[in-house]
Ligand binder design. Sequence first.
Ligand SMILES: [Zn+2]
Ligand SMILES: [Zn+2]
Ligand SMILES: [Zn+2]
Length: 219
Amino acid sequence: MGISTPESRKAAKQHYADRNRKTKRVMEGDIAGVKKEEEAEATYRENQIKEFLKKKKHAAPVYKPKKKGTSLTKQKEALKAKYAYKEYVKSIDWGERKKQLTDAYGHACELCQKSGLIHVHHNNYKTRGHEHDEDLMILCKDCHDKFHEARHVAKGDTIAPIEKRCNVCAEAPHISISKEPRDIKLCAACLNIFFRRLWGCNYKNAIIGRPHFNVEFVI
Ligand SMILES: [Zn+2]
Ligand SMILES: [Zn+2]
Ligand SMILES: [Zn+2]
């Protein structure tokens, strides 16, 4: 544990001697002796830990580079963006954008076709205020929750070109599903979340009895 000093070398030597003694006691079947050796071993370990912590306390502070995004300015920026988003989703503009989308593609969840209370999911926030259809998706609460639970959502700037954007996470898709009312593109990770987590099966089983699904491998 740590740097070798005359004391630590002495302690280590003692430790090995103790350990050898314990082996001897075991061989002899000396239960009381084994117990005593075990106690000595535990004390040795405790002392090692104490010594280590003492050294750590007095050691010079280690230089740690600042983690990206943890500075106060960054935190403030993130907070501002969060509030800007909250304001935006309450705005008339967003209300109109949502209506445009549901007018074009309907009021049913684009993944499971359930209708009722629907959410409009943003697969990235970079295009907020000027979203393409590819940046948005009509989802039921269950599908929406599952995707956010899995935390497979757009991470800032790393969004795929518009024609290759996964409708859920904005990464490049491998698979497209459902041609009607529009071509839904899902990346492999989102497809996996959708079929495995929501329906508990693979895509081959999922499309049986669901004619609106047309699973197609893009690559
Ligand atoms: Zn759904
Ligand atoms: Zn969402
Ligand atoms: Zn995706």
